[in-house]
Design a protein around this ligand. Sequence first.
Ligand code: 5GP
Length: 197
Amino acid sequence: MKLLEDRIRRDGTVKPGDVLKVDSFINHQMDVELFEQMAKEFRRLFADRPINKILTIEASGIGIACIVAREFHVPVVFAKKSQSINLDGESYTTKVESFTHKRVYDVIVSKKYLNPEDHILIIDDFMANGCAVEGLIDLIHEAGATVEGVGIAIEKGFQRGGQKIRSQGIRVESLAIVDSMNAETGEIVFRDQPNQS
Ligand code: 5GP
């Protein structure tokens, strides 16, 4: 998506350790008008899928996921990160290794909000090694629901997440795929995606 790529080039910062900082429009301050354009693009890309729910993970996916949910006219559920699981049988649970914090979290969703008849679009801000998305897929499978696809704002294509999830036969649409980035020069190279606006 050209609009997002241009914004990343203008306002994103490449940090050491393969981290792209987009705090001024996604991860701290949020440009909701940009999110609206991104949501429309996800709607167009997944128009053929019978999506009835959006699933994301706290915290940084929630803002984008809300705007996407409004565009699809469906509810949004966010998986909660928790230090200790309350093993009361009322929740689906899995473990996720955080890319940014380098630690493992328990992640939970109440059984009330994921059902076998759900057709779910996963939304997140970034994909790096794919751990967050894999965790969400686990939760959906535990519930017996269907993964219709994964919509990511920014995929770091040089890390292994995208390949790992796509090789499971799951459709992943990322609005910007960074094929390489250089913390010294600030240069960012995006993958060509002719099917996107
Ligand atoms: P993964 O689970 O795919 O390894 O990492 C995805 C999660 O880590 C995202 O939810 C995002 O919050 C965070 N993340 C991964 N890479 C980056 C990055 O380069 N920049 C920012 N801001 N967040 C990232």
